[in-house]
Design a protein around this ligand. Structure first.
Ligand SMILES: [Zn+2]
Ligand SMILES: [Zn+2]
Length: 397
């Protein structure tokens, strides 16, 4: 091979080809350094690609390849999503005006995400303003992680132009949305964007409910989504701090066979679409203060009649006795709890204090859908025992 025709990028590529064999021999104590160097290579090559992108675009190189713009060219040839490609092109434009930032990125002093923040700041307040403070901002970038650096940059923006900062916040607010999808394979997708204040309010509301309980095996994400559901269940419509008042109603259509958990019965249907298995129906029906259940056709009268709620006086007595979820180790307060019938009312269990126990949603689910047994000893102690066999993932027959 002729050495003179080899470009610096070719040398990087042949170096990369040697890495897997070398990496296999590295002791685990060295891997932190491996990761740090790898990240630095990625960041520094972003600077190379950025400068090349700018010049390639200016020369109209993408047209020669049959593309209408730089972003689609980069999406296809750079293997990037539309948003990631647009970000690269934006940053490349802005860094033309911020040569010191581009140099710092090329030398590996700051990361690509720091450079993105510098570029965004230039977009918001003008590159000339950023250039005046570039040295100070870069110094901050070197000593903060990219997340913290966004805060530094936002402060700077506000100092330079409070009006523009407000306009940007208002623009961000305009982009807010929440989508709640149709049930698909038993799951509903929720996604959205909140402005910073809305995000903080939601986080503050959910975090106390998302704390792990004793022996909690849920992931942080699972705890957060449970907290969201609990919050909606406990707060909307309830005027009573003990949860005795009206609760949000989930309307479910179900046949008596399903409620009685008779094999071969159809699944229960939710008002918003989607179905739930019999065990879930029985849990929701367990504290029917939360739910109105309607039957199908001639069964309607019977079920609606059967699904009467726990009377407020009984609920208050239950709250006074249990105070919080009765599962050992759980202290979720009464307003977030259902009144669980130890013997299901559909099986003849009475709606009386000695047949009831407060359970948070997570633990109520454990009892119904996950087959745990919950009982109250003579001395008032609650005992929860896990199922002997694993509940099947899907029912057959
Ligand atoms: Zn129950
Ligand atoms: Zn609990």
């Amino acid at each position: 091979m002729c050495r003179s025709s080899e470009t610096p990028l070719d040398r990087i590529m042949s170096g990369l080809a040697d890495v897997p064999g070398w990496l296999a021999d590295q002791p685990s104590g060295q891997l932190g350094q491996v990761i740090i160097k790898s990240r630095e290579i990625i960041d520094r090559t972003e600077a190379i690609a950025g400068e090349a992108t700018r010049r390639f675009e200016k020369a109209g190189g993408y047209k020669a390849d049959g593309f209408l713009g730089m972003i689609p060219w980069l999406r296809v040839n750079g293997k990037l999503s539309g948003a990631a490609a647009a970000e690269r092109v934006d940053v490349a434009h802005q860094l033309k005006e911020l040569p010191r930032t581009e140099e710092a990125l090329a030398r590996g002093e700051i990361g690509y995400q720091h450079a993105v923040t510098m570029a965004r700041t230039a977009q918001n307040v003008g590159a000339a303003q950023v250039r005046k403070a570039e040295t100070t901002l870069l110094k901050a970038a070197v000593t903060t992680d990219p997340g913290q650096f966004v805060g530094v940059a936002k402060n700077f923006e506000h100092q330079v132009d409070a009006q523009a900062a407000l306009a940007e916040a208002n623009h961000a607010h305009e982009r807010r949305y929440l989508r709640i999808g149709q049930p698909l394979n038993g799951l509903v997708r929720i996604d959205g964007l909140l402005d910073a204040e809305g995000g903080a309010i939601v986080r503050t509301a959910l975090e106390p409910l998302a704390k792990p309980t004793k022996g909690d095996s849920r992931t942080p994400e699972q705890r957060l989504v449970d907290a969201l559901v609990e919050r909606c269940q406990a707060r909307s419509g309830s005027t009573h701090p003990d949860g005795a008042g009206p609760r949000p109603q989930v309307i479910i259509k179900a046949s008596l066979d399903t409620l009685a958990d008779i094999s071969g019965a159809p699944a229960a249907e939710l008002d918003w679409g989607g179905t739930v298995p019999a065990e879930t129906l029985r849990r929701i029906a367990c504290d029917s203060a939360i739910t109105r259940i309607t039957g199908l056709g001639e069964l309607e009268q019977e079920i609606t009649h059967a699904g009467r709620s726990i009377p407020p006086a009984t609920r208050r007595a239950l709250v006074a006795r249990d105070r919080h979820c009765v599962f050992p180790g759980c202290d979720r307060p009464a307003p977030w709890c259902d009144g669980h019938h130890l013997i299901f009312w559909g099986d003849g269990g009475p709606t009386r204090l000695d047949n009831l126990g407060l359970t948070c949603r997570t633990h109520h689910r454990k009892v119904h859908e996950e087959g745990w047994k919950l009982r109250r000893e003579k001395d008032g102690r609650w005992v929860a025992t896990p199922p002997l066999t694993v509940i099947p993932r899907a029912r057959t027959g």
